[in-house]
Design a protein around this ligand. Sequence first.
Ligand code: FE2
Length: 419
Amino acid sequence: MTTLSPSTAVKVNPATDPLQLIDVDHVRFYVGNAKQAAFFYAHCFGFQIEQVADLTTGTRDASHYLLTQGNIRFVLTSALTPEHPAAMEVAMYGDGVKDVAFTVFDAEKAYERAIKNGAQSAYEPRTIKDASGSVTTAAIRTFGRVVHTFVSRTGAYELTKVKQGATFAPQFRRLAEGCAHEPARGCAPQSGVTSVLSINEHNKKHPCGLKYVDHLVGNVEMGKMNHWVAFYENVLEFSMFKHFDDKDISTEFSALMSKVMSSGNNLIKIPINEPAAGKKKSQVQEYLDWHSNTPGVQHLALRTDDELASIAALRSRGVDFLTLPDAYYESVWNRVNTMLTGHGHQAVKEDHEAIRKLGILVDADDEGYLLQLFTKPLQDRPTLFFEIICRRGSQSFGKGNFKALFEALELEQERRGNL
Ligand code: FE2
């Protein structure tokens, strides 16, 4: 049997390989206040605040909000007790990504294979179930504070059903349904729910067009990039997709190195960055300085089919993006369109002036082009940010923009007193 992964349209063969990743099940953030963070991601990025697991559903140690858009599922978790790990981690790292979870056919087998391949356990397989079905999870540690959870689902909790609005896991309730533990009484929406429903309704009418997680980038310490490259090769059986050295990613003042790891079926790509020596501080080092010297996820790249519409929508909602000097657009069209026509591709079809006005970046390679733009940090610490990316054939990461981008980032670092 083959199934089609809706996030990538890549054919997945479930038959033999326990580490076949079917989908990005969810990305879990540990945040200081999940209720407020949910409204931030809904208002600014157009996510649906779809489900919650909290005191009203019998979850006593933490609150979890499921936010969805396209095939993106974020779970925002905040501690209700000082003992919950989210409490300690938020104190150390601020808000950020804790878990990039993968749907697999059998979480226990995937976990066992990863452990056999040399992974360190975060937690052993556990199953929660009710009359509707089950969700089995098991997790391995990756760089710094981040884990990868393997998730397998049965019955009403299968991912295909979750995508159609079914309950994410036992103890979650859909916000439209009101009170979960008294469904028979047909509880009216509780306080707070009405406002969630109105933002959800607004977002349905005014979508931001974000489809799925294209890639996520890990920042690790100097000298550790190759260690984590080997981890993804050996443990998760990824392969190296691209390699950028400090000559590719540097300015007069700062530099980094990066290797891009790709899952077997191209479901997800994970570039690993390490700082490189420069006259001034690398942006990766700035991240580590404000992340308790602990590696973590630097950015999530969210895919759209229409960069201009998505960026216009996000800007109108108040999202702060990196700003490039106007001089960027004096040379970009020549550079990009020469590359495209040289490889027999059509020039960039989107309106050039609209791209400039929206401050969008463009790059091309032998396969086509891409449009991308980076938000400023999503929290007070200069740590996690998002990239909004649209691919027109290109499978790379905007190497042609690195220099301009890093100069823009240095300006931001300087403003923060961190260069
Ligand atoms: Fe990126």
